[in-house]
Design a protein around this ligand. Structure first.
Ligand code: HEC
Length: 262
């Protein structure tokens, strides 16, 4: 009898504490993911016929180069890949030549610096992760090459993050080096607001508003993450066209084969 009572008590205790723990986990997970819902954007590269707006992507590269590249690498992109965005060979050479890369060893075994060439990867701001953390209050600015694919929401998230800086509500405590961004999971981000009105000057006269710069750099980052997207879309359309033609052909053949049978 006593044994049964102890067993029942133990079971109840176990159930209750289990419930508490799992309840606690659920609510803390919700707290960490309490970021505002992402507004849906329309992007020219979405949909079956989607392509990258070259002018926007070139402006986006300028934003990356003049602002984001101070902290973020883009290690999967080479200068020559920029030809895809409509830059000429000469322009790409000039863009690359403005950067220095370490090469070598030379004949006497020493490393040396030379201007970057189109075949070089885009030069990163810090030699390694430790150096970038040391310069950023311990936080690591992640590589942006695949960022648009790595986060839930993709380009909508990148755009929202860039325009999502706000004054923190009164009940939110920020530590040194933390900033309030309503779209970042947990809402406390270690990246200071990177874009401010008029931060860059676009050659084509596009006003450098925070929204415009954020949109353009998001288009550019999407191209970096998915440069093969247009090819994929083209192939998809070709396959559908082929299937339509093949269906017509097979239908005609079937009618012919069965024509004599009544
Ligand atoms: C002063 C340095 C600095 C600059 C300039 C900067 N960032 Fe960041 N960025 C950071 C740091 C540090 C983090 C890591 C933040 C964290 O984990 O809290 C970060 C994180 C990010 C993230 C990832 C957020 C996530 O979900 O993990 C994206 C996307 C991003 N930055 C985009 C950009 C873009 C686009 C620009 C240029 C418009 C830019 N950043 C300019 C320092 C910078």
């Amino acid at each position: 009898m006593l044994k049964k009572l102890v067993l029942a008590a133990g079971l109840t205790l176990g159930l209750v504490s289990g419930g508490l723990i799992s309840g606690g986990l659920v609510s803390s997970a919700r707290a960490a993911g309490d970021a505002a819902p992402l507004p849906n954007q329309t992007w020219g590269f979405h949909g079956v016929f989607g392509t990258y707006d070259r002018a926007a992507a070139q402006r986006g590269f300028q934003v990356y180069k003049e602002v984001c590249a101070a902290c973020h690498s883009l290690s999967l992109v080479s200068y020559r890949n920029l030809r895809d965005l409509g830059f000429s060979e000469e322009e790409v050479k000039a863009i690359a030549a403005a950067y220095k890369v370490t090469d070598g060893p030379n004949d006497v075994g020493e490393m040396f610096e030379r201007p970057a060439r189109p075949s070089d990867r885009i030069v990163k701001p810090y030699p390694n992760e430790k150096a970038s953390r040391a310069a950023n209050n311990g936080a690591y600015p992640p590589d942006l090459s695949l960022m648009n694919k790595a986060r839930v929401g993709g380009p909508d998230y990148t755009y929202a993050l860039l325009v999502g800086y706000e004054k923190p509500p009164a009940d939110v405590q920020l530590l040194d080096g933390q900033y309030y961004n309503k779209y970042f999971p947990g809402m406390k981000i270690a990246m200071p607001q990177p874009l401010n009105e008029g931060q860059v000057t676009f050659a084509d006269g596009t006003p450098a508003t925070i929204a415009n710069m954020s949109r353009d750099v998001t288009v550019f980052m999407n191209w970096a993450a998915e440069p093969e997207l247009e090819k994929r879309h083209r192939l998809g359309v070709q396959v559908i066209l082929f299937l339509i033609v093949a269906t017509g052909f097979f239908y005609a053949a079937k009618r012919r084969v069965w024509a004599d049978i009544h």
